[in-house]
Ligand binder design. Sequence first.
Ligand code: FAD
Length: 324
Amino acid sequence: MFNLGSVSTPSTTSDEKGKHVKVLVLGSGPAGYAAALYAARAELEPVVLTGMQLGGQAALTYTIENYPGFPTGVGGPELGELFQKQAEHFGAVTEFDLANAVDFSQRPFKVMTESGEYLADSVIISTGASPNHLNIPKEEEMTGRGVSYCATCDGWFFKDKKVVVVGGGDSALEEGLFLTRYASEVTIIHRRDELRAGAILQNRALGHEKIKFLWNTIVTEVIGEEKVESVKLKNVNTDEESVLETDGVFIFIGHTPNTQIFEGQLELDDNGYIKVNNLMETSVEGVFAGGEAADPHFRQVVTSAGMGAAAAIQATRYLEAQEA
Ligand SMILES: Cc1cc2nc3c(=O)[nH]c(=O)nc-3n(C[C@H](O)[C@H](O)[C@H](O)COP(=O)(O)OP(=O)(O)OC[C@H]3O[C@@H](n4cnc5c(N)ncnc54)[C@H](O)[C@@H]3O)c2cc1C
């Protein structure tokens, strides 16, 4: 599917301190590869560290209907692969690696990774976000045994089975609708009595014969020995508790930015998002950020890609000014 790792590393020079690159992009989602495309076309030979999820969250999504240029939608993994190919076509290099720590106190910036260390003249952070957990008993233990955060990845395992979806936003409804392809019944459990999701998705889900809704309800425990067997529920208005039999629990209750490694290095907001100005500049000159790692508001493929592109344009200007 994707090309893992790089075939060449034209932009890097290695010494005992690590590989030295002009532009290091952290993350391989829409923001990361858009940044890499722009930096590559500026002949900065960017290196992209993929992190654990090549293609980012978009690659986990079955279909994306609101990315411009695809009149009938495009598969999430396919779009991720196109982003990667386009950036690499112009000279970006993909490294299957994860940043563990950074030192932005001096230039070149230092980025410590699973496989070694990079020195970078500029860094573009596009580490995106990860799904929130409910943090209830047995959630972690049952992950991969019925608890999932990705319908596209795991839906197939629930052919003719009953599943619950937790959440009331766009992701919950999109993924709930996707799960109707496999599951015999999808129960969407939402803690409020109205949905946050957009109107089109609401209409599709509310009118779907396989989808049921449980309103004003939270999941308080996952129950099962080898695999998920049921969930314990609580009505938030009456405090009444009940147990619902299910084979799968799909959780879509928002995301937390993947910015922990930047704590103490960059200014973050109270929710952990990297603070950027409208030029995608962070609190450290030469370090830029784009996409969901720096965006609590829009959180879309198109907006993330746009921020990534903007970050790379600004990084290019910054490097040009350094050379002048
Ligand atoms: C289920 C679901 C459905 C969605 N549907 C849509 C939709 O229909 N339309 C739409 O526009 N948007 C949709 N979105 C949102 C969209 O996917 C995101 O807005 C977009 O992917 C964000 O892009 P990003 O590049 O900022 O971050 P991400 O896509 O989150 O990518 C982050 C990247 O950073 C990497 N990374 C993380 N930490 C590190 C590290 N320490 N070192 C190196 N790399 C790291 C990860 O491996 C990943 O490659 C959906 C999201 C989900 C979860």
